[in-house]
Structure formats: structure tokens, C-alpha cells
Design a protein around this ligand. Structure first.
Ligand code: DOR
Length: 444
């Protein structure tokens, strides 16, 4: 008779075929069976009656600040926030101190993560003018999810702003390259439009044209290089319309912030705490993001979790740093959008787990299917609750969504068969492991 280490009993399970009431049997960290397991018992039984079991949410854009900026966040605190919010795996960004711009720096992050990170993880390699010709080798580092390019300056000093260097980056290597698309030349020309003390001018300075200019440039360069790219945190409907015509080589990320907040209200309410790059834009742009999400143009939703301390964010604009935390509120916000009828649960699942598998060739992650890792985000779709500061785990100590009422709550986070979070309690010790990718199978 089959034996299991864990059985999730009676939940609504979101398999690739859609939702169905089923039990899930887990052995050695893997999904072994999905269906009715009758009276079988396992070492651990979880009653999931009334709950939905989603594939583990993969947040493909977080900044966890270690090494060098641990006063804002570190790998332990950031990943704790992740699992409290139902996230089972993260892709972490290279704008730390030092930047992650060579294999040694990336391997150092993997080493630091061992025994300290609560969720599974991969790290981006930052592109620079200096390392551009080495990226074909560098991107194969075990635990690397790919190369990241900042076309416009943001937090940190990573920047590849000019076409010749961008072309070198895109010519070196084969994996999908993630792009922060804001046109640095235009940003420099317009910097005086960021008016002191007026964070509402942030989207005037870093305007929609800065975004579409960079996006058009990088798509042309990617096409010339025959290279797949991933445009991060897209903020304008012009970009999405353009990207919808280039889906053969381009994938698209949206963020919950840009789907949820809008100018001028967010700057009036939150001031510099709403400041991020690329900026939160107006209602017309937000509606455009929802329109194109509905058209299927978005591939993933990532949080762009970018914590800064309250003290730093309180500096007068524009000396205040750009970015807001979000890894813990990603799933609650999207469940709330599902409850409000703005998206379906199937879209949520596609954008937070299956999409990451498809774009990045993640091994054993992203679906509830036999043979896959037993990674689950267990949610209560009905639960109405309020985001409070005592629930938040990020070291930065704040969220732009504090005080907001959510409908739908992460109840459990299960990673490779380990129940890491249940009803807000974090359980056990940090067991996060590096993610594996089809393209680096040999090196991992
Ligand atoms: O707002 C942002 N903050 N955008 C970025 O591109 C970087 C991030 C950060 O690291 O603070």
C-alpha cells in the first residue's frame, strides 16, 4: 500500500486541468498522487476542506539587499516575509552592495542563503559594460535565473544605458534577459521635473515616453541579436500594445503595485512611500494594464519587493529612495483582485507559478502535477482581513497596503513537502534551496 509523508485532504486543488476537489499525497518532497486517497493516512495530515491549493507562488522579482544593505532587508528577513505571504520561491535582484556581477558574487549569495532563507531561491546576474562579454559564462552559474539589465539608473550602480553595450550584453549568452526599461538619456534630460518635496512629480520626470523609448530600443536590439528578453514591471498601455506585437521574443511582467495604485491619489496618500521606478502612473495607464492583462499579454506578476527603511523613505523627494516592499502582499493583493472580479483565479495561477516555469525553464516547479516538487500556496478565498504592521516581516517595517482590507488570505506555505507557514505561524527552520533551471542542468 502506498505511504505518504504528507496528505493534503479535501482541498480544491488547482491542477493544470483547472480546479477540482482532491487529496494530494506527498512523498520525499514530491507530489506522488492527486485524487481521492480514501482513508489512507500519512505521517502528517492537513485538513484543507474549504481551502484552495494553488501551485507555490514564485515571485520572479525581489530585492533582498544582502550583502551590503542589510539595514533594509536580508536574505532571512526577506524570505520570511515571502513565506508569510504564501510565496514558495523567489528570484532575487543583483543591485546589492557589491552588485552581483560575477560568478563569485552570485555563489556568495547562494552560500549566505543556505540555512537562512525560508523559501527556494535563484539570483540574477547584473549586466555591466565590464562584464558584458563574459555573460555567456556567467549566466550558467548554478542558482542563476538569468541576466538583469538596468537601462535606467535606479537603486545601486548597475547601468547599461547605451545601444552598443546593450547589444554586447544581448550577444553574450542564450538565456532570457530581464530588462528594466527606462531611457537613461531622457531621464537625465528631464531630471529638473522632479520638483523638491513633490513626489507626485515622479511620473512626470520618469514619464511614459521614457518607458516606451527604452522598451522599443531593447526590443529592436533583442530582435537583431535573436535573443529572448523579459521586460520587467511594465507600466504603460503603449508598451503593452507594442509588446503584444513582439511576443515571439518578449515576455512581460506586471506588478501588483502598478495594478492596484494610481496617481495622483497614491502620491497624495502615501507621498514618497509610493515612489518607485518605473513610477506608479495615472488611472488611464492602470486601466491599460488591466486591459492587456485580460488580453493575455502578461506572462508573470512579480512584486518588485524593494524595501527601504521608513527613515530613508521620509527624506524629502527626490532624495528619498525609490521602491516599496511587496513580496508578502503579492498574493493577498491578487486574491483581492480575484474577489473583486478583476481577474480569475486561473489567471492568478498562470501569472504567479506556471508563467515562471514557462519563461525560465524552472525544473519541477510551477504546477501541481505528479513528479513536481510539493510546493503549495494554500489560500482561503473568502477570508476578509486587514493588513497590519504586526503581520509584516520585512525588516523595512512598512507596507503601502497597511490598513487595507483584503479578501483572500494565504493560510499555508508548503515547500517541497515541508509546512513552512500555517495560519500565520512560521514553522521549523529555514530550508530554502537553490532553484534549478533546464538551461543550467549540467552546471547545477
Ligand atoms: O523602485 C525601484 N526600486 N525600482 C528599481 O528598479 C530598483 C528598486 C530598488 O532596488 O530599490
Amino acid at each position: 500500500m502506498a505511504t505518504y509523508d504528507l496528505i493534503l485532504k479535501g482541498g480544491t486543488v488547482f491542477t493544470p486541468a483547472g480546479p477540482a476537489t482532491a487529496d494530494i499525497g506527498v512523498r520525499k518532497g514530491r507530489i506522488v498522487s492527486i485524487g481521492s486517497l480514501g482513508n489512507l493516512v500519512a505521517e502528517r495530515m492537513l485538513d484543507c476542506t474549504g481551502l484552495h491549493i494553488l501551485p507555490g507562488v514564485i515571485d520572479t522579482q525581489v530585492h533582498f539587499r544582502e550583502p551590503g544593505l542589510e539595514h533594509k532587508e536580508d536574505l532571512a528577513s526577506g524570505s520570511l516575509a515571502a513565506v508569510k505571504g504564501g510565496v514558495t520561491a523567489v528570484f532575487e535582484m543583483p543591485n546589492t552592495k557589491p552588485s552581483t556581477a560575477n560568478p563569485e558574487a552570485l555563489t556568495e549569495k547562494i552560500t549566505r542563503a543556505r540555512g537562512r532563507m525560508w523559501c527556494d531561491h535563484a539570483f540574477y546576474m547584473g549586466a555591466t559594460a565590464e562584464n558584458a562579454d563574459h555573460l555567456a559564462d556567467y549566466e550558467m552559474t548554478p542558482g542563476c535565473c538569468g541576466v538583469k539589465v538596468f537601462m535606467g539608473a535606479s537603486t545601486g550602480d548597475l547601468l547599461v544605458w547605451d545601444d552598443p553595450t546593450l547589444a554586447r550584453v544581448l550577444a553574450s549568452g542564450t538565456r532570457r534577459v530581464a530588462i528594466h526599461a527606462e531611457d537613461e538619456t531622457r531621464l537625465r534630460e528631464r531630471v529638473a521635473m522632479a520638483l523638491p518635496g513633490q513626489p507626485g512629480t515622479h511620473p512626470v520626470w520618469r514619464d511614459d515616453i521614457s518607458a516606451i523609448m527604452a522598451t522599443k530600443r531593447v526590443v529592436a536590439l533583442a530582435r537583431a541579436a535573436k535573443r529572448r528578453i523579459h521586460v520587467l514591471h511594465v507600466t504603460t498601455l503603449e508598451e503593452l500594445e507594442f509588446l503584444s506585437q513582439n511576443k515571439d521574443i518578449v515576455s512581460v511582467e506586471l506588478t501588483p503595485q502598478h495594478l492596484t495604485l494610481a496617481a495622483p491619489d497614491c502620491y497624495a496618500r502615501l507621498g514618497t512611500f509610493a515612489q518607485m521606478n518605473p513610477p506608479i502612473r495615472d488611472e488611464v495607464q492602470r486601466a491599460g494594464l488591466w486591459h492587456w492583462l485580460g488580453q493575455g499579454v502578461a506572462d508573470v506578476i512579480g512584486s518588485d519587493h524593494a524595501p527601504h527603511t521608513i527613515e530613508e523613505k521620509q527624506k524629502p523627494y527626490p532624495n528619498s529612495p525609490a521602491g516599496m516592499p511587496g513580496v508578502q502582499t503579492l498574493l493577498p493583493l491578487l486574491l483581492t483582485h480575484v474577489a473583486a472580479g478583476r481577474m480569475t483565479l486561473a489567471q492568478l495561477v498562470a501569472l504567479t507559478s506556471a508563467g515562471a516555469n514557462r519563461l525560465f525553464g524552472l525544473i519541477s516547479k510551477g504546477f501541481i502535477a505528479a513528479g513536481y516538487d510539493a510546493d503549495f500556496s494554500v489560500v482561503d478565498l473568502q477570508k476578509t482581513w486587514t493588513v497590519t504592521s504586526d503581520w509584516l516581516a520585512s525588516r523595512c517595517g512598512w507596507s503601502p497596503f497597511e490598513g487595507d482590507v483584503m479578501t483572500g488570505k494565504p493560510v499555508g506555505t508548503i515547500i517541497r513537502g515541508n509546512v513552512v507557514m500555517w495560519e500565520d505561524d512560521v514553522i521549523g527552520t529555514p530550508l530554502g534551496a537553490p532553484l534549478r533551471f533546464a538551461e543550467t542542468l549540467r552546471s547545477s
